[in-house]
Design a protein around this ligand. Structure first.
Ligand code: ATP
Length: 489
């Protein structure tokens, strides 16, 4: 990371903390590694991002419905899905620093370094070696690569490594009061399985006809070997997943369609399209016949935000085998029973949150020849902004606060607002800019005479005078979900 991008990333983290978006979990006890709490504004923003996703899936598509499955599932679920046996990361410890690493990430860091130093041949060669070792699940080979390429521990600087071992990422706990008789259950590592096991419940009770989708938002847990980069890689995080069930043979057509739809969804939030790219998987999971990531250019490079996977009939077939319950669908159009194929779209809400912060945080230079000036603004799309408008009496006296409260009392039935009468008006505008409030409504002396107020627009900083009675309609138009959703159809 260059110094400039490193500083930008640090700014995002400190801004998120300072203004109540994201706090380290249980901070008074020095935090818990890779676990974060969303504060008063962060939880509003997160809820708005969920609403945007949910509406785009469930409201815009007649053939997609949403569910909310439990975090705990029957343990056989995870046998069937392959997570008990295969949801592993290769880890390695440095004996001097006692630090633990993911072997593949150590090698990837080396590839990045080769590439940065202009040694592209070496970078490509090492990438191939890594892919081959991962494909073959060859842990000894990973260790050998680390040694051959002189990869040292970033802390101790030594090559005193342990063997590479597999580490299962699922958190396990006991269900039931008696430790002896209790059953081992897992905190789900993905939300998708809650959808697969409910496939027939939803299909039958909702009289769904293929193609159809089931959407879900919920927490997932992974005991990541190393967690880094703020809310990018967490041990408790939130996913928004949709499984789309299709007729076998039509899956690649749907895959292409969802791939395009999902990128459009990200871009509608207003980001620079150059910040996004597709990354096709070179190595496909054994059950997938196509897979792509939507990557965003974070300050630390392009990284996955969302995955779109063509998962064939793998999951439903596995559940049919392990549960001995038929997972078939009768297709009346072709008069056939079959296990549907599945296209999955899977996005991490926390990573999305980070893209939105990174896209929105700007430091603007407002200097004039007479005076140096700048401001920090979060330029959220108005529909996802945590606070829609601030109501600000120009002064604390002469009945202006009462008038402002009267205006606020009506508007708060529809919108999340803030009231602020402390400090000079300019300072209050800046406070609202820093939390991304799209509109400031100022109540001044003229308001007492003619019931008009000024609206100041966050991005242009322009002000216009409007009748207070019109405010509800004006704000509703500007923050409407419609402004985002219409870009998707
Ligand atoms: P990565 O390769 O970065 O570990 P993944 O390929 O394991 O991710 P998936 O299993 O495809 O991720 O999960 C779908 C989405 O869930 C990812 O695109 C990402 O946005 C999110 N996600 C996965 N792991 C984490 C995590 N530890 N913290 C936050 N979000 C995560």
């Amino acid at each position: 990371m260059s110094k400039q991008t490193d500083d930008f990333f640090k700014n995002i983290i400190s801004h998120a903390k300072e203004y109540g978006f994201v706090f380290p979990s249980s901070e008074i006890y020095d935090g818990l590694s890779a676990v974060y709490d969303y504060g008063q504004l962060g939880s509003e923003l997160k809820n708005n991002l969920k609403t945007y996703w949910w509406k785009s899936m469930v409201q815009l598509n007649e053939n997609i419905v949403g569910i909310d499955a439990a975090i705990f599932m029957h343990p056989t679920t995870w046998k069937a899905s392959g997570h008990v046996d295969g949801f592993n990361d290769p880890m390695i410890d440095n004996k001097d620093s006692k630090k633990r690493y993911r072997a593949d990430q150590l090698i990837e860091d080396k590839i990045d370094r080769y590439a940065k130093d202009g040694k592209t041949d070496k970078a490509e060669q090492l990438q191939k070696e890594l892919d081959d070792a991962l494909n073959a699940d060859d842990l000894a080979r990973l260790k050998a690569i680390i040694e051959e390429h002189n990869i040292v521990c970033p802390i101790s600087g030594t090559k005193n490594w342990t063997e590479v071992r597999q580490f299962n990422l699922m958190f396990a706990t006991q269900m039931g009061a008696m430790a002896d008789g209790a059953e081992q259950v897992y905190l789900r590592p993905e939300t998708a399985q809650g959808i697969f096991v409910n496939f027939l419940n939803v299909q039958k009770t909702g009289r769904m006809k293929i193609p159809f989708g089931i959407a879900q938002i919920g927490k997932a847990f992974r005991n990541e070997v190393i967690a880094r980069q703020f809310i990018m890689r967490m041990r408790e995080f939130e996913q928004m997943e949709m499984q789309f069930f299709v007729r076998p043979g039509s899956e690649l057509e749907w895959y292409t369609r969802w791939k395009e739809t999902r990128l459009k969804w990200h871009l509608a939030l207003g980001a620079d399209p150059a910040k996004y790219r597709y990354h096709d998987h070179a190595k496909l999971a054994h059950y997938a016949n196509a897979a792509v990531d939507i990557e965003y250019e974070f300050p630390f490079g392009f990284k996955e935000v969302e995955g779109i996977h063509s998962r064939t009939d793998f999951d439903l077939k596995q559940h049919q085998e392990y549960s001995k319950k038929k997972m078939q669908y009768f297709d009346p159009e072709i008069n056939q029973n079959y296990i549907p194929y599945v296209i999955e779209t899977s996005i991490g809400l926390d990573r999305l949150f980070l893209t939105v912060l990174a896209n929105s945080l700007v430091q603007e230079d407002l200097s004039t020849p007479e005076k140096q000036d700048s401001r920090v603004v979060l330029k959220f799309h108005p529909a996802i902004a945590p606070v829609k408008a601030a109501v600000l009496p120009l002064t604390k006296k002469d009945g202006l606060p009462d008038k402002a409260r009267e205006i606020m009392a009506k508007l708060k039935l529809d919108f999340n607002l803030q009231y602020d009468e402390k400090d000079a008006i300019g300072k209050r505008y800046r406070r609202q800019d820093a939390i991304g409030t799209p509109f400031c409504i100022t109540v001044d002396y003229q308001t007492l005479d003619d019931d008009t107020v000024t609206i100041r627009h966050r991005d242009s900083m322009e002000q216009e005078r409007v009748p207070a009675a019109e405010l509800g309609r004006i704000i509703a138009d500007l923050v409407s979900w419609n402004n985002l959703l219409e870009k998707l159809i």
